[in-house]
Design a protein around this ligand. Structure first.
Ligand code: ATP
Ligand code: MG
Length: 400
């Protein structure tokens, strides 16, 4: 990513990394990746400029609307917080005057000046800057007092080699890590409410995600695929290119229904899904699988069920939602914009099985016995061969 130097004296956004700063020598890669992800997410704002430093990323606003930029920036994983800062030539008198204006405008009763120097050659040290600007404000605004512990207003001053930055407000970032620095996972995407949220949570921890969906045409319609595309489009802001694999699953499902008996049908179906997903993950060097399962949500998600199902996989399964309540999952889904898409009334491949009595305590031995009672391998091979894929990519710049 090119590092265009931002023009000083203009409004800038100062981006902080949070968790990243603990990562020692990998930090450089993380910051570069974060810079790239920010740039991709803000692609629609054509005149922004970027400068990547070891401690912050600076984004020159160049007349773009801060509130619009802010909404997008707050979603990018890996940012701890950011501020709109004003840049000044290195002349403390001008900075003092502007800091006083800020204090007056805020109407706050208590304040504190917090100064930082990255240029140690600046004639005043941080404490001296704080004292000088603080006393200037106190002597010109009698209604305000200093409170070093819980000030209502924080005035931050950062002195760099050729500029002084001034800001008072910080906006929270999404936290987590920049997508792409945490390896690769294959997420099982059903089209329900949970799995898109699980996909997002994986991305938020820096993991690059691919998705796999098991479709059962003609029992499931093409509309399900449209739904998946729409769901993943909502997540393109976090990962601009998401690969979606579609597995033709109808024949396997029909066979399971014949041989498993209703109480084990769902368990065996999940195990078959995992067999195929882990084979695909292995062949694409995805390190783990992930799913939207949540403990106790349905019969196939009791601890006993999940244990029996997981024995069908030789790759670890991450379940980001394992401990989440449904209301909390829905809250995130609404924030992501996936909720309204997830509740569209298209049938899932599970609807082939109208199971009234799914077991909540499947036995490993019984699962193995059912799977040995019929040779599923040719059907699994056939499904694997029939896998298709597509890339779900960011909307056009104009639609950002
Ligand atoms: P969701 O809301 O994501 O559909 P759910 O609560 O409805 O989840 P299940 O239908 O039991 O739960 O599915 C549990 C998990 O199994 C899903 O979150 C998803 O990760 C995976 N899964 C279920 N059906 C499919 C499918 N057709 N294709 C891919 N993964 C699936
Ligand atoms: Mg579902």
């Amino acid at each position: 990513m090119e590092n265009t130097r931002v023009e000083y004296g203009k409004d800038l956004i100062m981006v902080r990394f949070g968790e990243l700063s603990t990562k020692g020598k990998n930090m450089k890669d993380f910051i570069r990746r974060l810079g790239l992800n920010i740039k991709i997410a803000l692609n629609g704002f054509k005149t922004l400029s970027y400068e990547i430093q070891h401690d912050h990323i600076y984004i020159g606003l160049n007349k773009e609307n801060f509130d619009e930029v802010r909404k997008v920036l707050a979603k990018v994983p890996g940012l701890s917080s950011f501020s709109l800062v004003e840049g000044f030539p290195r002349d403390l008198e001008t900075v003092e005057k502007r800091a006083l204006e800020m204090a007056v405008k805020s109407g706050k009763k208590t304040f504190k000046v917090i100064a930082k120097r990255t240029d140690k050659l600046f004639p005043l040290d941080s404490m001296e800057i704080e004292r000088k600007v603080g006393s200037y404000i106190l002597s010109n605004l009698p209604s305000i007092k200093v409170d070093v512990h819980e000030p209502e207003l924080e005035i931050h001053i950062t002195v760099r080699e050729n500029v002084i930055y001034l800001f008072s407000e910080s906006y929270p970032g999404a936290g987590g890590y920049p997508v792409g620095i945490g390896g690769k996972a294959l997420v099982m995407l059903s089209g329900g409410i949970d799995s898109p949220v699980a996909t997002y949570l994986m991305m938020k921890r820096g993991v690059k995600v691919e998705c796999i969906h098991f479709a059962a045409p003609p029992y499931t319609s093409e509309q399900v695929i449209v739904k998946l595309r729409d769901l993943l489009s909502c997540l393109n802001i976090y990962q601009p290119d998401i690969k979606l694999y579609i597995v033709p699953f109808t024949e396997i499902q029909k066979k399971i229904y014949e041989v498993a008996g209703t109480s084990y049908a769902i368990t065996i179906m999940r195990r078959m899904m995992l067999k195929i997903a882990s084979r695909l993950a292995r062949s694409h060097k995805d390190t783990v699988l992930a799913s939207g399962e949540s403990i106790g949500q349905v019969a196939s998600q009791t601890l006993a069920s999940m244990a029996a199902i997981e024995r069908g996989s030789d790759i670890p399964i991450i379940r980001p939602l394992a401990t989440y309540d449904k209301v909390d999952i829905i809250k995130i889904a609404k924030e992501l914009g996936t909720y309204e898409i997830s509740i569209r009334p298209y049938e899932d491949c599970c609807t082939i099985f109208d199971v009234k009595d799914p077991t909540t305590k499947p036995h490993f031995d019984k699962c193995d016995k059912i799977e040995k009672s019929f040779d599923f391998q040719p059907l699994i091979d056939q499904a694997f061969k029939g896998i298709t894929y597509e890339h779900i990519t960011s909307k056009k710049d104009s639609e950002f």
